[in-house]
Write a protein that binds this ligand. Sequence first.
Ligand SMILES: Cc1cc2nc3c(=O)[nH]c(=O)nc-3n(C[C@H](O)[C@H](O)[C@H](O)COP(=O)(O)OP(=O)(O)OC[C@H]3O[C@@H](n4cnc5c(N)ncnc54)[C@H](O)[C@@H]3O)c2cc1C
Length: 415
Amino acid sequence: MKQPVVVLGAGIVGICCALELQRRNYQVTLIDRRGPGEETSSGNAGILSYSNITPLADPSLLPRLHRLILNLDDDWLVHYPHLMSLFPWLLRFVLRCRRETYLHDGDAMAALTQASIDLHKQWIAEARAQELLNRVGGLKLYRHRQTFLRDQLERELLDRCAVKHTLLDPGQVTDLEPDLKPIFAQGVLIDESVSIRNPEKLCKAYAQMFTAAGGQIRRASVQSLRQSAEAWELTTDQGTEIVSRLVVCMGAWTPEIIGQLGYSNPLAIERGYNTIFSPGESANLSGPIFDVDASYVMAPMDMGLRVTTGSNLTRREAQPNPRQVARVIPRVREAFPVGEVITQDPWLGRRPTVPDTLPLIGPAPRHENLWLAFAHSHMGLTMGPITGQLIANFISGAKQPFSTLACDPARYLQA
Ligand SMILES: Cc1cc2nc3c(=O)[nH]c(=O)nc-3n(C[C@H](O)[C@H](O)[C@H](O)COP(=O)(O)OP(=O)(O)OC[C@H]3O[C@@H](n4cnc5c(N)ncnc54)[C@H](O)[C@@H]3O)c2cc1C
C-alpha cells in the first residue's frame, strides 16, 4: 500500500513537492485555501533565471544603506512603523553583506538553481506547456556605467558558477530588442535563462500532471497543527484529521502554522507589486528585461507586458503602498513604447526571505514526520522543482544530489 503524505500549500513549491513525492510512489494530498498557483506564484515575473543566484546581502549595498533606509531608492521601500520589529532581521542581514558570505551563499543558490531549471525543462515538456515559453535569454540593462561597475562581484559569482552570460554594448542591446529606446549604456545577457508567459498556468499545468496521476487536491483553510502520539492532528475549516507525514509549503504564511509548534518567525516579507501594460502599437519585447537603475523587471506575458517592482519591506498584511508602482511607470515609458496600463489595481505578492536569501528546505528541527519548504524569496518559481526533489529525497531516505546544509531549516529555526 502507498504511504500517505499531506502537503500544505499549493503554490509552485507545494505543487512541485506533491508531484515529486507522487513520483516516489507516495499517496499525496495537496491542501490549499485557493486554487493551485493562485497566490504569490501567479503574479511574479516568470523568470527561471540562471543568474538569480545573487544573495540579497550584497556588500555593494553597504555604501548606500542610508539611502535604502531613507527610502531614497526604488529597489527598497521600508515601511517605517515596521522598522523596529524588522531590526533583528536587518541586523543579521547587514552582517552578511560580506564578500565571503555572498560567494558562499551564491554557490549554494547556483546549485539549487541549475538543478531546478533542468527539472523545469523536463517537466514543461511532460506537461506539454512549451507554449508558455518566451525566447531563451534574460537581459539585465544598465542606464549608468557606475551601476554596472558596482555589480562587479555579481559577475564574479556568475563566472565562478559557470553561468553563461554575454556583455552587450548599446548596439548589441538594440540588435536583440530593437524596440527598446537607446538609453542603456550596458547590457548583460543571461544566455540560457528561461521565462514563462503565464506563471499561474505553469503551476496549473504541473498540478494537472499531479491529479492526472491520481493525486488529490483539496480546498481548505489550514487553521492549526498539533502533534498527537506518532502523528499530526491537522485542523482546517473542513474539520480535523490525523496525518502521518506532513510537508508545510505555505510560503509567507508558514510561520503562522509552525509558530504553533514553538518555532520563531525567521522571515522578512518583501512585498512586490505588478502592473500590466498593453504592448505599444507594433512594439515587441521578446524576453524579460531588468532595468537595474529604474528598479523594475518587465516581462512579455499572455496578458500584456508585466512590470514587477522591487521590495516593499512591511508587514505581510499591511495596506498596499502604491509608491513603487507609481514611480516605475514613467521610467518604463522612458525605456520602451508601452501602451496603456491595463490593470485596475496593482497585484500584490509577498516574497518571504531570510537574511541569507536561501530557502528553508528539510526536516523540521525538533519534530518527526514534519518537513518544511518555504522562504524562497525572489526565486521560488525557479527553485520549485529542486525543492520538490530534495523534500522527496528527505522523506524517502534517498541520497541528495548535493549538500543541503545551506538550506537546512535549523539555521533559522532553533525554536
Ligand atoms: C513581484 C514578484 C516577482 C517575482 N518574480 C520571480 C521570478 O521572476 N522568478 C522566480 O523564480 N520567482 C519570482 N518571485 C518569487 C516567487 O513568486 C515566489 O518565491 C514563489 O511564488 C513562492 O512560492 P510558494 O509556493 O513558496 O508560495 P505561494 O505561491 O505564496 O504559495 C503558498 C500557498 O499557501 C497557501 N496558504 C497560505 N495560508 C494558507 C492556509 N491557512 N490554509 C491553506 N492554504 C494556505 C496560499 O493560498 C498559497 O497558495 C517573484 C515574487 C514577486 C512578489
